[in-house]
Write a protein that binds this ligand. Sequence first.
Ligand SMILES: Cc1cc2nc3c(=O)[nH]c(=O)nc-3n(C[C@H](O)[C@H](O)[C@H](O)COP(=O)(O)O)c2cc1C
Length: 276
Amino acid sequence: MDKERIEERIRLGRSFITKLVKEEPVGDDYKSDQELKKPQPPLTKAAMTEHATALPFDFFGLAPIGDFLTIVNERKSHRVYTDESISLTQLSYLLWCTQGVKSVRGKAYATIRTVPSGGARHPFECYMAVRKVEGLKPGLYHYLPMSHEIEFLSGMEDLKSFITESLCGQSWAEKASVVFYYSCVFYRAEWRYGVVAHAPVLMDSGHVTQNLYLAATSIGLGGCAIAAVEPEIADRAFTLDGVEETVFYAMPVGTVRPSDREAENEFYAFVKKEGL
Ligand SMILES: Cc1cc2nc3c(=O)[nH]c(=O)nc-3n(C[C@H](O)[C@H](O)[C@H](O)COP(=O)(O)O)c2cc1C
């Protein structure tokens, strides 16, 4: 990429964050599809199969490691997992804490969830590569937040390779018990916010993964947010078109132990090596 193009890409990246407001004000005559009274898209994606499994709701047995401040202070990115199974209740808890629907606003105007979202649009779907969850066969799954169920989409012959390839070669994630893949259904946000919908989508996604970090930490599990995703590989696996809906964020979660702290630090060995 030549210098001019790099500068152009940087400028575009910055204006994405500022929503091009200065460069190209939308003007008073601009109206979003919501303002134009166009029909609202569905609040969540419909089930993709007929194989839904109800998730347990009894989280009281999942003894938290401590109070809220302890959990916040303990949160860190974990990339070393002990390759053990988590329980279905633990998976259910992680899904509830990140995308669970607590109520519906109006007749069917918005979902109110355990995370906030600009305009309560909640433009995400959550897919999973399940490796080791008690009671679930390994494979690809989709969360149905309205009914708090998961549906089995398909098996995957080489789940470990899929995980590594879909996460840009980050093979450490292969030992996670489950990898969460978040897609964005763009029009859910665009219907309300039109041309300025996209930066808030990324703001929304931070709430989801922060809750996932904290929920995992609270029950002694560990995970690591991942932006380095290969959307084409993940979209193909979860049968997404990559245009209206695409995977853009992921997070492996697995079982961890304190004695792996040294191994965890290896991921940052370059800091010392390069004298940073
Ligand atoms: C948006 C986002 C993207 C990230 N992407 C990756 C990634 O692709 N690979 C990785 O190993 N860590 C990734 N991380 C983890 C960060 O490297 C980590 O949060 C950071 O080093 C601080 O460490 P801590 O989370 O333990 O406080 C990501 C974190 C965030 C929030």
